[in-house]
Design a protein around this ligand. Structure first.
Ligand code: PHB
Length: 387
């Protein structure tokens, strides 16, 4: 009995190693570190779906290698980020990390990736430092820097002739840096930011701040919120009677993936982002149709960024035929790839952040409809990056 067991086990091992040998390489270990709980849970879900859609389109393989997923819920909690990312790096020994949504968590991930030399592709978090002072040869972003959508929206607000703005956001890297980008463009183009309002992430007690906005009466309010917090903010702004009197603008996260839940309160809101639902290219149409068939929901900016994270990884792996040990060639291939994105084709800056068009969008029904271009080929300044 014991002998036959042993023989069976040995045969199984031989068969396994034989097929593994035939394929040349074991599955590529992809660590997904995303929020599965909290105000950004839906964003994490969309990133994962987008990533997996591209992998499935490639027959479940990238660079000839099948994919094995390892998952960690980061809870959008910076204090747990180093422990969480080390589960993927040290325990699971992943080949590549894809994550995350929250800038504070992503900053800790970037430090761990830099120290360990693990390839990191950031599919959302905009923390400027990741493609600035914390940049590294093995760290790439498929999304944006926080400065970019803030800057683009500032251009649009100034173009509309607004002179006096107030800003409102969560007081953490993403909120503060987005507001900084907005202020830079708005003031360069003749506007003035009168006051910045913040509350701690992920609080949604907006009432006292809305009261202050009502009493100050700026020409426009610029907001950065996303996910569940954005749903509540847009509804509260409307319920406070402000939507009628003081135009609300935001980086496009304010209304992306949230329009169904925001209902009438979001209708007509103008935002700027590197994606819009109705970009009428064959590439975007195919992406949206495939996504809707696979998941029975429409994609959003997060799904698109997840999809492009997989496209970037594919570009690297194809160049080295799946051999992750050829690091220089792998990173060079990702760095110089032209990504055929649903947003439009883009390339990475020298600091590994997408240089991309920012669209003007208007919320109509359940869609963020593109009505123009805010800034073409906007490159993050990449301040402080030495690679
Ligand atoms: C961020 O924390 O960097 C962040 C989160 C949600 C967004 C955009 C940026 O929609």
């Amino acid at each position: 009995m014991r002998l036959s067991h042993t023989l069976f086990a040995a045969a199984a091992v031989a068969a396994l190693s034989c097929s593994a040998y035939a394929q040349g390489q074991p599955p590529l270990k992809v660590g997904l570190m995303l929020p599965a709980t909290g105000t950004f849970a839906a964003l994490g879900d969309m990133i994962e779906r987008g990533f997996k859609l591209h992998v499935e389109e490639q027959g479940g393989k990238l660079g000839g290698r099948s994919i094995q997923y390892f998952k960690v819920d980061d809870e959008s909690e910076p204090s747990k980020a180093t422990d969480n990312v080390n589960k993927l790096i040290k325990r699971d020994n992943v080949d590549v990390i894809v994550g995350t949504v929250h800038s504070g968590v992503a900053l800790a991930m970037a430090r761990a990736a830099k120290d360990s030399g693990t390839l990191l592709i950031v599919p959302n978090a905009g923390a400027d430092a990741i493609t600035g002072p914390q940049c590294a040869p093995n760290i790439f972003r498929s999304s944006f820097s926080n400065w970019q959508p803030g800057y683009a929206t500032g251009v649009v607000a100034a173009q509309k002739g607004y002179k006096r703005a107030m800003t409102i956001t969560w007081g953490y890297a993403a909120g503060n840096e987005t507001v900084k980008g907005f202020t830079e463009a708005f003031e360069k183009n003749g506007g003035k930011v009168m006051k910045d309002l913040t509350l701690p992430f992920p609080n949604v007690e907006f009432q006292p701040l809305l009261t202050e906005i009502a009493s100050q009466k700026p020409d426009v309010v610029f907001a950065f919120f996303a996910g569940g917090g954005a749903v509540k903010f847009v509804k509260d702004y409307d319920a406070a009677g402000l939507k009628k009197s003081i135009p609300l603008m935001g980086s496009g996260f304010l209304t992306d993936g949230t329009l169904e839940a925001q209902g009438a309160s979001a209708q007509g809101l103008i935002t700027s982002l590197h994606y819009g639902d109705n970009i009428e290219t064959p590439r975007n149409t195919a992406f949206r149709n495939k996504f809707a068939v696979a998941y029975k929901v429409n994609p959003d900016v997060y799904a698109m960024q997840g999809y492009d994270a997989a496209q970037m990884l594919a570009a690297g792996l194809n160049a080295v035929k799946g051999d992750m040990s050829k690091k220089d060639a792998l990173y060079a291939a990702i760095g110089k790839a032209q990504i055929d994105s649903p947003r439009g084709k883009f390339k990475l800056s020298a600091q590994h952040n997408p240089t991309q068009d920012f669209y003007i969008r208007e919320a109509k029904g359940n869609y963020n409809v593109v009505t123009g271009i805010a800034v073409k080929a906007l490159a993050d300044p990449g301040r402080g990056c030495k690679m």
